[in-house]
Design a protein around this ligand. Structure first.
Ligand code: GDP
Length: 297
């Protein structure tokens, strides 16, 4: 991740988004479908202060389809409208202008009642780095748009991008930060590749990946790496390490003395996971084991 988030950057990012809110009708909040809560900004409700919002579960092609539906229901239960999207291929993006119109229906109806001709809805895409903001903008625009992030001290004219439907986008997406204070959020994002591995310890990222896979996708993991012995106690860290070591041995990740090279093993597991070799995987589920959301100030 190119951006180092310090308090000053967060404040500036928040202010930049809040300035743009004045120009737009609706916010499109992008989340990574594999980690919908970990990829969510902890202050999002406060930052958007009641602006109409559409939540998009992006990278849904990499996430577990069953879980995509569960997460959609979860956000709907919270009172949001939510769409499942794959911005890489464009699957699901047609819903965006339809749902936007539904969300803004009352406003549009009021304009019509006053004899005004409704103009296309103006929107701003927001999300943490790597969640797919540029990819989605390019998809919606139907062409490659030169997306320049906001740079400190540079004020540049905002460009509206037409999408062909009744929707226009601001060309500079709002970049948000994830909830760094929660250690597991960092690990989950690192597992998806959204944050650089160098920031965290590779063995640990691998350990948490295996732990989540063992808990949620044991059969897939066992099949991929030829594992035969399921863990007996999920709470026991040594069991997870045992499984990691077994994977390492199967893949020949040994150092002298026959010990397993856990760092190399972690690298293999993460590479295969991200490449989709383990199938479509979601790393967190709604309701259980959910990181507690920050209390609004
Ligand atoms: P941004 O930092 O939010 O603008 O993220 P980008 O648009 O640069 O996307 C980051 C990476 O995620 C790129 O490699 C994209 O190709 C990939 N990506 C974006 N959306 C999707 C998606 O829906 N599915 C998959 N598989 N990859 C995606």
């Amino acid at each position: 991740m190119a951006i180092q988030w310090f308090p000053g950057h967060m404040t500036r990012a928040k202010r930049q988004i809040q300035e743009k809110l004045k120009l737009i009708d609706i916010v499109i909040e992008l989340l990574d479908a594999r980690v919908p809560i970990s990829s969510r900004n902890p202050m999002i409700d406060e930052i958007l202060s009641g602006k109409p919002r559409l939540i998009i579960l992006n990278k849904s092609d990499l996430a577990d389809p069953r879980m995509n539906e569960q997460w959609k229901q979860y956000f709907e239960h919270e009172g949001h409208t939510c769409a499942i999207v794959d911005s890489n291929t464009g699957t699901g993006i047609n819903q965006i202008s339809v749902l936007t119109k539904e969300i803004l229906k009352e406003k549009i109806d009021r304009q019509i009642a006053k004899g005004m001709r409704p103009r296309p809805a103006r929107s701003l895409i927001v999300g943490i780095p790597n969640v797919g903001k540029s990819t989605l903008i390019n998809r919606l625009a139907g062409r490659n748009v030169a997306i320049t992030g906001d740079k400190p001290g540079v004020t540049k004219g905002q460009q509206w991008i037409k999408t062909g439907g009744d929707l226009e986008l601001l060309d500079t997406p709002g970049i948000l930060w994830p909830k760094f204070e929660d250690q597991m959020v960092g690990y989950r994002l690192a597992i998806t590749g959204a944050i650089r591995e160098q920031i965290l310890n590779m063995d640990d990222i691998g350990y948490y990946a295996v732990k989540i896979l063992v808990e949620r996708y044991w059969d897939t993991l066992a099949e991929r790496f030829g594992l035969t012995e399921p863990p007996t106690d999920l709470e026991n860290n040594l069991e997870i390490v045992r499984i990691m070591e077994e994977i390492g041995r199967k893949r020949g990740c040994l150092i002298s003395g026959g010990e397993v090279d856990l760092e190399k093993t972690a690298g293999i597991i993460l590479r295969e996971l991200r490449a989709g070799k383990l199938g479509r995987i979601t790393l967190e589920a709604p309701y259980d084991d959910m990181p507690v959301r920050e209390v609004k100030q």
